[in-house]
Design a binder for this molecule. Sequence first.
Ligand code: NAG
Ligand code: NAG
Ligand code: NAG
Length: 146
Amino acid sequence: MHFITYTTLSLLALATSATATFAQVNNNCPIPIWITITNATQQPSQYAVPINGTYLQGRSGIGNAFGLSKTSAYFSPQTPKWTLGFTDSPQDGLLYWSVINADGDAFAGLAWRVSFSDPACPAMTAYDGGIVHTCAITANLTVTLC
Ligand SMILES: *[C@@H]1O[C@H](CO)[C@@H](O)[C@H](O)[C@H]1NC(C)=O
Ligand SMILES: *[C@@H]1O[C@H](CO)[C@@H](O)[C@H](O)[C@H]1NC(C)=O
Ligand SMILES: *[C@@H]1O[C@H](CO)[C@@H](O)[C@H](O)[C@H]1NC(C)=O
């Protein structure tokens, strides 16, 4: 009996850690790309993702955005920007996400791709006017640039 209890507990612990999901940006472009991260409660933070570099963060909560641009002047109307919005919704087990561009096309002539670890969720490789898509909340989200 004891053994079974322990097994159940460690399986639960494993299941809990296995449900941690991530949002990631891989920069394969020949230039650094700036990421501006916002969410519902936090001031924006910015990092340069170097050539061949990765930005990775745990995923949770609502109203998250990864803004991508070639310069750090993300909020300038002169700066073309690519923005991925995403919300984790434990209530229905879904990740809601959409991509928009503003002030031009930050990746004109360069390939980009939003993809998921869940094969049921198709990748996106072109703007669609900000349609909101869903995937299972358990899926990792990856943005691949170039
Ligand atoms: C980036 O990766 C490519 C492919 O592996 C490599 O050819 C290139 O030298 C790398 N560039 C830098 C700046 O690390
Ligand atoms: C916003 O981001 C901060 C830092 O990563 C995090 O501590 C906080 O929980 C996030 N808020 C929401 C609503 O997701
Ligand atoms: C999500 O990414 C983490 C870290 O790389 C990995 O441990 C986990 O297995 C991934 N989840 C899925 C569903 O692929």
